[in-house]
Ligand binder design. Structure first.
Ligand code: 13P
Length: 290
């Protein structure tokens, strides 16, 4: 199917209270595993490429393959840039045909985040591309597995600022800070669900939960029931893939690299499938079905 925008992927999610999974991909095995999981459930999926992961892949070579893979799939998919902090990366993503961009100005002042997000929205919308932005700040380094992080309550999203930010920027989706972190958690996650409800009441756009790895099934269900429509997920699959490779090596030493890559791929696929089921993702209605 052709690429769809983030706005299209999430068009039913707010009203029907479900979430679509956004899975970071860092190589071919991730793409194949995530697409296979979405195809098994026949639901839309968000293939996410993070700016910090550009050290693992070359956009010029990788993106044509991802687009080709999606176009041959029976499920609709978004090609999304995750945590774009540099204008240069955002422009590059537009050039390579991403259908959605996240501009991350979450460490800027409110005024500067609003101003720069509005600029990116204007540029992206002219190209028919969706924009997600972040208000407040979700701690933890994406792609950094050492140690772990704890959420900083002073950086949680303020509901009245969220209302103004969405109105003033024209973003298509808003990432909120309500107690999650990227990568491993130092403490048990403790989501501020009352804050999420307050943000939901004041904004109509889809809300995004970053740092999905490490949350319990219950955390996901409660967050989705209160207004989360996109869940970002990566670390857990990246770590479980290593465990699957180690397990395979324990079973046999007469293996080649493709055997190990296959073990990683099937683990990522099974883990992604589990998340998709938990998020309650539904197929998009066909033309004339709404
Ligand atoms: P995790 O790696 O903690 O699942 O978070 C992914 C994410 O939020 C990507 O933006």
């Amino acid at each position: 199917m052709p690429l769809i925008t983030l706005q299209e992927a999430l068009s039913q999610a707010v009203g029907e209270r479900y979430a679509v999974g956004s899975f970071n991909v860092t190589n071919h095995d991730f793409v194949e595993a995530v697409m296979a999981a979405a195809e098994e459930r026949n639901v839309p999926v968000i293939i996410s490429v993070a700016e910090v992961h550009l050290r693992y892949l070359n956009l010029e070579h990788f993106i044509p393959y991802v687009k080709q893979r999606i176009s041959h799939s029976p499920v609709p998919a978004v090609l999304h840039l995750d945590h774009g902090t540099k204008k240069e990366t955002l422009v590059q993503a537009l050039h390579y045909g991403f259908s959605s961009l996240m501009f991350d100005g979450s460490m800027l002042s409110l005024e500067e985040n609003t101003r720069q997000t509005r600029e990116i929205v204007e540029m992206a919308h002219m190209a028919g591309v969706s924009v997600e932005a972040e208000l407040g700040h979700v701690s933890g380094g994406e792609g950094n597995f050492e140690g772990g992080s704890r959420a900083d309550t002073s950086l949680y999203t303020d509901p009245s600022q969220a209302e103004a930010f969405v109105r003033d920027t024209g973003v298509d989706a808003l990432a909120v800070a309500i107690g999650t972190v990227h990568g491993p958690y130092l403490d048990e996650p403790d989501l501020d669900l009352a804050r999420l409800e307050a943000i939901r009441e004041r904004t109509a756009v889809p809300l995004v939960l970053h740092g999905g790895s490490g949350l319990s099934d219950r955390d996901f269900r409660e967050a989705i029931a209160r207004g989360i429509n996109k869940v970002n997920f990566y670390t857990d699959s990246a770590l479980k893939a290593v465990e699957a490779v180690q397990e395979r090596l324990r079973q046999s030493s007469a293996l080649t690299y493709p055997d190990l890559a296959g073990a990683a791929r099937s683990e990522i696929r099974a883990n992604t499938l589990r998340q998709i089921e938990l998020f309650g993702t539904k197929p998009l209605p066909g033309p004339g079905e709404e």
